[in-house]
Design a protein around this ligand. Structure first.
Ligand code: NAD
Length: 498
């Protein structure tokens, strides 16, 4: 069976004798489809050395030349979209249309990286004192690292290294060991676009590889996306080693449904937001907070009806709405949350635990699940389920709904469904969440804004991609300059002074 290696110095499929291996599953069949190498300390150090060696020349490569490679990279990503979607489907389980949507969002980050010459222009002030000029420039950090999760295997790496690289850094990526193939192909395409050897290196692995990246003195900064306990570990460990760090964590995204909302529209878009990608999105809506019993009754009745037509199945059939969960353990965990809700007194309106997908009996499937009468004390409310499960919490006022959201440990995304502009404005102004939607259920910022949550959904100061990425991947240097006259401009006088 095929074993995926590392990409170091533009040499793909590098395997090291010290590396362990781990299985990669096809979640739709439940079978092992390949293995992936788990980098040892030596392998990670070799990748860092490759990035370190490539840095001086890359740092001095003009930004427009770096950006020119990104233009070609974007074209290659578009040309290889089918192949990439297939790899994402095979290892993540995502349906083709969803995998292509993921890739498109990643390509938009590459497009933004093409602006590098504009983004790196710096700031300039003339005559800050007599004949004194002052300017700030944004210099690269050196070798930087990225550690990414399974749920957007092609996109999240593209949140990181295109911007890091166009800013003049060199990069070591450690993708999720659950579905490494699409990240490997994307990296190979960047080399096909003309990237010099060693500027990007990919090591596959787990905690052992990550711990090297967090402590190695040559790594200047770490970008992380994944679950909150690991994000917190990454942030505290990288910071303790003096590194700049941004660590994006988990989520529990609430949608407030006001009594005046267009209920058909809310149900329609919430269906995609809650169950799309099997709920394995950090921006998935997992809690509907209904204001007033009438809104709750309508939402639950319409959602139950809408869910009858949801199609769950393998990525190979593009008519499916969503696919399996990532692993058998995760499937059991999600079923456990549904069971706990029933035990703790909630009402299971639609139960996805026994879903059958003919021909894929061993796949890791859970069907769309709707749980009503949930309270904030229940486990299914407090924790991130990361599955196709929508819980409904009934409240009596918007203030109560907002307080509940503010009290939750996570603050990644949220949205409100209403026809009232003033209520929407009050909500977006005051809610303690990083990304807010108004009648938009998945308010994922476009590539020229930045992505990040508040509270325990992000450790660090700067958000991912967009303008914050320029700041994260560069350090400011401010230069103050004065050139007293040396007489050269006036012309030297060689005659004997009279
Ligand atoms: P995860 O935290 O298990 O893994 C993420 C990365 O960390 C992987 O590369 C993994 O190999 C590594 N890792 C895992 N355990 C580690 C350890 N003990 N020490 C060091 N490294 C370790 O996350 P996941 O299951 O791959 O992804 C799902 C999670 O990611 C969800 O919680 C989801 O909300 C979150 N997520 C957040 C965002 C965001 O932008 N906030 C985006 C996508 C996913």
């Amino acid at each position: 069976m095929n074993t995926i290696g590392h990409l170091i110095n533009n040499r793909p499929s590098r395997l090291d004798t010290n590396d362990r291996v781990a299985p990669v599953y096809n979640p739709a069949t439940g079978a092992i489809s390949k293995y992936v190498a788990m980098a040892s300390r030596e392998t990670v150090e070799e990748a860092i050395s490759a990035a370190e060696a490539a840095y001086p020349a890359w740092r001095n490569t003009p930004p427009q030349k770096r950006a020119a490679i990104m233009f070609r990279f974007k074209e290659l990503l578009e040309q290889n979209a089918d192949r990439l979607a297939e790899l994402v489907g095979e290892e993540h389980g995502k349906i083709g249309h969803d995998a292509k949507g993921e890739l498109q969002r990643g390509i938009e980050c590459v497009e933004y990286a093409c602006y590098a010459p504009e983004l790196l222009k710096g700031e300039h002030s003339k005559n800050v004192g007599p004949a004194i000029d002052c300017w700030s420039e944004f210099q690269p950090l050196g070798v930087v690292a990225g550690i990414t999760p399974f749920n957007f295997p092609a996109m999240v790496p593209l949140w990181m290294y295109p911007m890091a690289i166009v800013c003049g850094n060199t990069f070591v990526l450690k993708p999720s060991e659950r579905n490494p193939s699409s990240a490997m192909l994307v990296a190979e395409l960047l080399y096909e676009a003309g990237l010099p050897e060693g500027v990007l290196n990919v090591v596959n692995g787990d905690k052992e590889a990550v711990d090297v990246l967090l402590s190695e003195p040559r790594i200047q900064a770490v970008s992380f996306v994944g679950s909150t306990p690991i994000a917190e570990y990454i942030y505290t460990t990288a910071s303790a080693h003096g590194k700049r760090c941004q660590a994006l964590g988990g989520a529990k995204n609430h949608a407030i449904v006001m009594p005046d909302a267009d209920m058909d529209n809310a149900v329609n878009v919430l269906t995609g937001a809650a169950f799309g990608s099997s709920g394995e999105r950090c921006m998935a809506i997992s809690v509907a907070v209904t204001v007033g019993d009438s809104a709750a009754d309508q939402l639950v009745a319409k959602m139950k009806e809408r869910m009858q037509s949801l199609k769950v199945g393998a990525y190979t059939d593009d008519s499916n709405d969503f696919g399996p969960l990532i692993t058998r353990e995760h499937m059991e965990k999600v079923k456990g949350y549904i069971g706990s809700a029933a035990e703790q007194g909630a009402t299971i309106v639609v139960d996805g635990r026994d879903v059958q997908v003919p021909g894929h009996e061993d796949g890791f499937f859970v069907g769309g699940t709707l749980i009503d009468q949930v309270t904030t004390a229940m486990t299914c409310y407090k924790e991130e389920i990361f599955g196709p499960v929508l819980v409904v919490v009934r409240v009596n006022s918007m203030e109560e709904a907002m307080q509940m959201i503010d009290d939750h440990e996570y603050g990644n995304g949220t949205c409100i469904f209403t026809r009232d502009g003033e209520a929407a404005r009050y909500f977006s102004d005051n809610i303690k969440v990083g990304m807010v939607g108004i009648n938009v259920p998945l308010p994922v910022p476009v590539a020229y804004h930045s992505f990040g949550g508040w509270k325990r959904s992000l450790f660090g100061d700067l958000h991912a991609y967009g303008p914050d990425a320029v700041r994260f991947y560069t350090k400011r240097k401010t230069i103050t300059q004065r050139w007293p006259s040396s007489g050269v401009r006036e012309g030297a006088d060689f005659s004997f002074p009279a």
